[in-house]
Design a protein around this ligand. Structure first.
Ligand code: SF4
Length: 337
């Protein structure tokens, strides 16, 4: 069996935003939106990135495309560290990686026609003749299921789902390999969400795309993802193939999140008990010492308040960060439940 090709390799990625205070606006702290995450994305797969709002998943997705200057760590895309490349190298890498944004209304310029919106990346990166440009716009509109006769209309003349298709067509313009889909269906009517997800899946099959699919909707991620990473307070706490994560979640936070999601398998649903997490998510400007889930974890132990658990492979292909999953800590006295 051939070894899957790693398209994206993220190591110890940190994205901290400075907090300034006082008369001189000195840096007095940092919001640790992403605080040391590591994962790979294989060619042709969809990695789902889930977590509650504010956990850092969108920041992580944007950092991967270097829409921010990252604070630390490395992001290799096809072997090149995007965190380190200079402006010209970054420009040359841009066609490879694109983004589909959450709110199609806000991400499309209302004063530009659909044709010009879709052609924006073409105009910046390619030298096409007028007829080649028109042909490519028409081809892209066909690919996303938009009527090419509407190319000269403006975004407000389209529905929310159609506007998201315009955003997807723009993302596809330069034949990318990797697309970060940042909550691409969150702003859409429920009736339209499945259509957009199906379109993304079709395009992946046809064009061999690789996705990072960011969402708070665990049911939708279950539908589309090959593997799923769960984020809490700036860190990935668990990453596993979809079936393993949904049937046997290892980390207490994943277990709590999934306990609220209806399971289509009656055997799993019957054994599932709803867990309500108490307490608020701590501020990423002041995360707790030790495991950052320790203030809400129903299985917290003494060591959890002292030592940050290592994110490691706990079974083949399944990674998690929890002291409970370390053999030497399991069943030790001092556990507080
Ligand atoms: Fe809970 Fe401790 Fe595991 Fe953190 S390390 S998830 S606090 S049991």
């Amino acid at each position: 069996m051939s070894v899957p090709h790693k398209l994206v390799e993220v190591r110890d990625l940190k994205m901290h935003f400075p907090i300034r205070g006082g008369l001189l606006q000195r840096v007095v702290g940092a919001v640790k939106a992403v605080d040391g995450v590591s994962f790979d994305i294989y060619q042709g797969e969809t990695l789902g990135l889930v977590g509650e709002s504010g956990c850092g998943k969108s920041t992580c997705g944007r950092a991967l495309l270097r829409l921010y200057e990252v604070t630390g760590g490395s992001i290799l895309i096809e072997g090149k560290d995007i965190a380190e490349v200079n402006a010209e190298e970054l420009r040359q890498m841009r066609p490879t990686m694109q983004m589909v944004f959450q709110d199609p209304q806000a991400s499309l310029n209302p004063r530009m026609s659909v044709a010009n919106i879709i052609a924006e990346p073409l105009d910046e990166h390619m030298k096409l003749s007028k007829s080649e440009r028109q042909a490519r716009i028409a081809e892209l509109m066909d690919q996303v299921g938009l009527n090419r006769d509407f190319a000269n209309r403006y975004p407000h003349e389209f529905s929310g789902g159609q506007r998201q298709r315009i955003g997807i067509a723009r993302a596809l313009a330069l034949n990318p390999k990797f697309i970060v889909c940042d909550e691409p269906i969150a702003a859409l009517d429920v009736s339209i969400q499945a259509q957009v997800v199906n379109l993304l899946e079709d395009l992946q099959d046809r064009l061999g795309l690789t996705y990072l699919f960011i969402s708070h909707d665990l049911s939708m991620v279950r539908h589309i993802a090959t593997r799923v990473a769960v984020m809490y307070l700036g860190k990935i706490v668990e990453l596993a193939p979809r079936a393993a994560l949904y049937s046997t979640p290892q980390h207490p936070y994943t277990q709590a999140l999934l306990s609220a999601v209806p399971d289509p398998d009656p055997a799993i649903a019957a054994n599932r008990h709803r867990q309500i997490l108490t307490g608020d998510v701590p501020s990423p400007a002041n995360p707790p010492k030790g495991c950052n889930f320790n203030t809400r974890c129903p299985k917290v132990m003494e060591i959890c308040r002292q030592k940050d658990p290592e994110f490691r492979e706990v079974s083949p292909g399944c990674f998690a960060a929890c002291h409970l999953l370390n053999d030497d800590q399991n069943n030790k006295p001092g556990r507080v439940t």
